[in-house]
Design a protein around this ligand. Structure first.
Ligand code: BGC
Length: 345
């Protein structure tokens, strides 16, 4: 069952609606503003409902604060070096909003849009049309993202199609804290990621080629490890990110749906299992959080993100495009899935 209520109004007077997807004890609330996941309530090991999503109580805070809390990200999630890419010999220059690079769709990314929302049975279908050359990306891009929430599992289906050859890399930027949002940092959470390689970056966080094996480094999460254990280690990649903020290359073939990670809170016993058919995930430990949230202040590392995507900057690095290219042909369907499944014991 999905219920709706008015969440508030944008600065320019548009109504923002909240859609709540109910699933027994669990529920998930989504805003049409940014397709933002504003709340996920799941029972902890004692049956107490816990909100595991960082977010805000007002539209104004979503409009004014950075950090993309819970939002859909597009057209290109993560970074493109110099904001440039070339399609069929033509260079496109995107907006540079991150130290000379393009991040998360640019000036007015999909996180700022009010999406059309349609309730289809137990699913919420969000859609937008991003016009040709919006943010300087070619092609009229029709985007459809479907959220469902059943059996404690939040599932996201991303679809897009363009009338011109373009590039697309969609993700969701939810910050999780399995102790409950606003309850402190997530550094004691045990995280496991099935991943042998990250992509090393330039000082401005651009993967420019090559892979770095995680074995014997702070990036090795193959066995469950507290997020905070090695986060301050003396490691150049780690320092450049201000902590974990890196692309972990997954072991699947692009398009093959796998479980790639799992996180557990030792306090609440809430476990989150993560699935996708995308080729990579950005594990971001919330290093830059510093804002007032729903139930308190969110300081550095009060939440973490697992943003499924193609390898950042793959539009400029053929070796990365081989693992899953973000170039989309005219008329070709972009279709990926990601899911986060919650349980507790
Ligand atoms: C990026 C971070 C950035 C954060 C918020 C993450 O996806 O990797 O570097 O600070 O988004 O913008």
């Amino acid at each position: 069952m999905i219920t709706t209520k008015q969440f508030g109004k944008t600065a320019d007077g548009k109504t923002v609606t909240a859609y709540t997807l109910h699933d027994g004890n669990n529920s998930m609330t989504v805003l049409d503003l940014g397709g933002t996941v504003q709340q996920i309530l799941v029972p902890d090991k004692n049956g107490n409902l816990t909100d595991v999503i960082l977010g805000y109580n007002t539209v104004e805070e979503y409009e004014q604060n950075g950090g993309y809390l819970g939002a859909l990200i597009g057209r290109f999630g993560n970074r493109i070096g110099g904001g440039k890419f070339v399609i069929d010999g033509k260079e496109y220059q995107l907006y540079l909003n991150d130290r000379g690079n393009h991040l998360h769709g640019g000036k007015d990314g999909f996180n700022k849009k009010i999406w059309n929302a349609e309730i289809v049975g137990d699913k919420l279908k969000l859609s937008i049309l991003s016009p040709d050359m919006e943010e300087n990306y070619p092609g009229n891009l029709k985007v459809e993202v479907t959220y469902s929430f059943a059996g404690g599992e939040w599932k996201i289906e991303y679809r897009a199609v363009s009338d011109k050859k373009t590039c697309v890399n969609l993700t969701n930027h939810a910050y999780f804290n399995l102790d409950g949002e606003g309850k402190g940092d997530a550094l004691d959470h045990l995280l496991q990621i099935d991943c042998d390689y990250i992509t090393p970056t330039s000082p401005t966080m651009i993967p420019e080629g090559g892979y770095r094996a995680v074995k014997g480094t702070p990036f090795d999460f193959n066995a469950p490890k507290a997020i905070g254990r090695d986060i301050e280690a003396d490691d150049n990649d780690l320092k450049q990110g201000g902590g974990y903020d890196h692309c972990h290359v997954l072991k699947n073939k692009c398009g093959e749906y796998i479980k790639y990670a799992e996180a557990v809170s030792p306090k609440t016993g809430i476990k989150m299992e993560c699935f996708t058919d995308m080729p990579a995930v950005q594990f971001y430990a919330g290093n830059f959080l510093s804002q007032k949230g729903k139930s308190g202040f969110y300081a550095k590392r009060y939440g973490f993100c697992l943003e499924t995507q193609a390898i950042p900057n793959n539009v400029n690095v053929p070796e990365y495009a081989e693992k899953g290219s973000s170039i989309l042909e005219a008329g070709q369907e972009y279709h990926f899935t990601a899911a986060y499944r919650f349980s507790a014991k």
